[in-house]
Write a protein that binds this ligand. Structure first.
Ligand code: ISE
Length: 333
């Protein structure tokens, strides 16, 4: 496969495909920083760096593509994958706006083959899978409310208030759609006093309030400059009880002088490392059997990427006005 974009996430995927995933090998890498691609390619048998991402997609040695490039380049690269009939795993976002995301969904639908999977890795995490099974099993009765915490110790310097919605909240948007099996009807962003340690002009923390089509309530505390560690917690409250995941309950140590405690996961690569492994392995397996089924995906689809983009666009609008904003989804092709 070709891996396009070998920054933090792309390089991580190259390492995972090369050392832990079976049934695939990285034959081509590309990055806008040519030296980075060349350096990674030189460490892998039979792998080449290709300067132009569109050449990498068209390369006859490439059966499938993993996109970890900046979101602004996704539209063109996804269209090229569709034109060449190549299965593609696209890290979020699908594209950077709602109209182009919908266009991608429509182009894929016209082909009659599911070629695009979107990298919402939480769906592959053991704890989220357990929570989903509990809800689907009906033991909690109807889920009514979900409370989420999404804290990052820090974020890159280019992160602004809208990226907290589009890059961080987007995960809870997908988790809500995954766990509750329904669309989100409205979103509101509430802005408490900002952390003095947040960069000038960045609204952090933010509280997102989502309402699903059936009227379920989801609240999310987003706080990306905590300076502490990675904290992602999700609690669902149902008719007959509640369930929570993300407590970091590893070893708890008690020691003098009368303290106790454990470790908090440092970042998302550690917290979701196994989920990423499972996500990519399942995708590779689906790509290998896709020609018989017409479905080259094993997880979130282009439609899921589009629906998330529509909710986040409404969230960015609410960031401006402070009011709830309705989400309008197109008919699903
Ligand atoms: C980052 O892009 C991720 O996907 C992480 O999971 C999330 O916690 C972080 O806020 C995002 O910036």
């Amino acid at each position: 496969m070709a891996v396009l974009g070998v920054g933090v996430m792309g390089a991580d995927h190259v390492a995972r495909i090369t050392s832990r995933i079976s049934g695939a090998r990285v034959s081509v890498v590309n990055d806008y920083v040519t030296e980075k691609a060349e350096q990674i390619a030189s460490g892998i048998d039979g792998c080449r760096a290709v300067a132009d991402p569109l050449d990498a997609i068209a390369d006859p040695e490439v059966d499938a593509v993993l996109l970890a490039t900046p979101g602004t380049t996704h539209e063109k690269q996804l269209l090229a994958c569709l034109d060449h009939g190549k299965p593609v795993m696209c890290e979020k976002p699908l594209t950077t706006d709602v109209a182009t995301s919908l266009e991608i969904v429509r182009r894929e639908a016209e082909l009659g083959r599911a070629l695009i999977q979107v990298g919402f890795m939480r769906r592959f995490d053991e704890e989220y899978i357990q929570l989903k099974a509990l809800l689907d099993g009906g033991e909690l009765g109807q889920p009514l409310v979900m409370h989420c915490v999404h804290r990052n110790p820090s974020v890159p310097s280019y992160f602004d208030s809208s990226l907290i919605v589009k890059d961080s909240l987007v995960h809870e948007v997908d988790v809500t759609r995954f766990l509750f099996d329904e669309e989100i009807a409205s979103v509101q962003i509430v802005k408490p006093s900002s952390n003095p340690a947040a960069p000038e002009g960045v609204i952090d923390p933010q509280i997102a309030i989502l309402r699903t089509e059936s009227g379920r309530h989801v609240d999310v505390e987003l706080f990306v400059t905590t300076g502490v560690a990675y904290e992602v917690r999700t609690e669902v409250v149902g008719e007959r009880g509640s369930a929570m995941i993300g407590l970091d309950v590893g070893l708890i140590r008690r020691s003098a002088p009368g303290t106790w405690g454990g470790q908090i996961t440092p970042g998302f690569r550690e917290r979701f490392g196994r989920a990423y492994d499972t996500e990519i392995q399942r995708w590779v397996d689906a790509v290998r059997t896709g020609s018989t089924t017409g479905d080259y995906t094993a997880g979130p689809t282009a439609w899921d990427g589009y629906a998330a983009a529509a909710v986040c666009a409404a969230g960015v609008e609410s960031l401006e006005t402070g009011l709830p904003v309705d989400v309008q989804l197109a008919a699903r092709p």
